[in-house]
Ligand binder design. Sequence first.
Ligand code: GLA
Length: 382
Amino acid sequence: MKRLIMLSAFTGAMLMTTLAPLGATPKSGSTEKKPFGKTPDGQPIDLYVLTNKNGVEAAITNYGGAVVSLKVPDRNGKFADVVLGYDSLDGYVNDKSYFGAIVGRYGNRIGHAQFSLDGKTYTLAKNNGENSLHGGIKGFNKAVWAAKELPAKNGQSLELTYPSKEGEEGFPGNLHVRVVYTLTDSNELKIEYSATTDKKTVVNLTNHSYFNLAGPGSGDILGHQLVIEADKFTPVDASLIPTGELRDVQGTPLDFRKATAIGARIDQDDEQLKLGHGYDHNFVLRRAAGAPISLAARVVEPNTGRVLEVWTTEPGVQFYTGNFLDGTARGKGGLTYARRSAFCLETQHFPDSPNQPKFPSVVLNPGEKYSTTTTYKFTTEK
Ligand code: GLA
């Protein structure tokens, strides 16, 4: 009897779905897990395709926690993938540009690849001249993360965790790292980073997505209009290590307080632009007083009307114009990525903070919780 009722209820439900007029049932999001290949040492890697109720799609792999693709609509509802990346795992294994990856234990540079805590000097792997960049030779972008789909109220969530061992790339302390990606039904990719340690250490986590809001194969990003909510930036020396100064953007080509095309001043005769080979600078964000999360940057692509807003709890953002992209890597759909064909907005604490006592601290003590949030929000304008 019970079976019969269940069966008829099931047929009823089936009928309702078949008979419901097209588009009447509200769409819901989904997460699909697919195999993405094996690492050279044989570990299976997955790709998680998160789709929200508007059809926005974020594909994330647990190799390096990389955002592989991000498909968002333009002002006419036409979807395009707005991030650079690779079609297969091999691309990520061989990648040198950090496409879409989670960067750690220390995003950005540490001068002379060393720092001291409580009088003890720690020597890190040098992978950028004399400096340590983005966590070292095998940073979090090359780690295999444990992945778990999480229930989310307003979207789809994927949790990634990684236990970074004491001494990894020279950093002290066992660091337990957790990153939760949520694709919300408001077309945001929210990234929540947290970490705990068993010994005093330094942490600075970010995501290294390269954006081109015009979509794949659409050339350079110089026509994108950019606002950065910063009155100051941290000028750098020839090895891109901050000098320690917080310099006013006023009167410099780093003034993005009003919407300006990325390319409008990029080739100006300017000492900082020359050192960075374009923009490759950390901006000191003007944080909204008392607000838990503030707008860091807003980018508009005029032809498609796609808009990206970056919101963060972090004090800084590295604006990088893909100056080192050289068209050699084979990207998605066989595309190659030329110099300045994408930009990054890497939310972070300032570069070289472990050696800069005046910069906000990146020290994490046992018993404390590192916790930051960054949201990439997509909208359109006419
Ligand atoms: C960051 C750095 C750049 C470059 C890229 C990766 O944005 O600041 O100098 O190293 O990462 O290529």
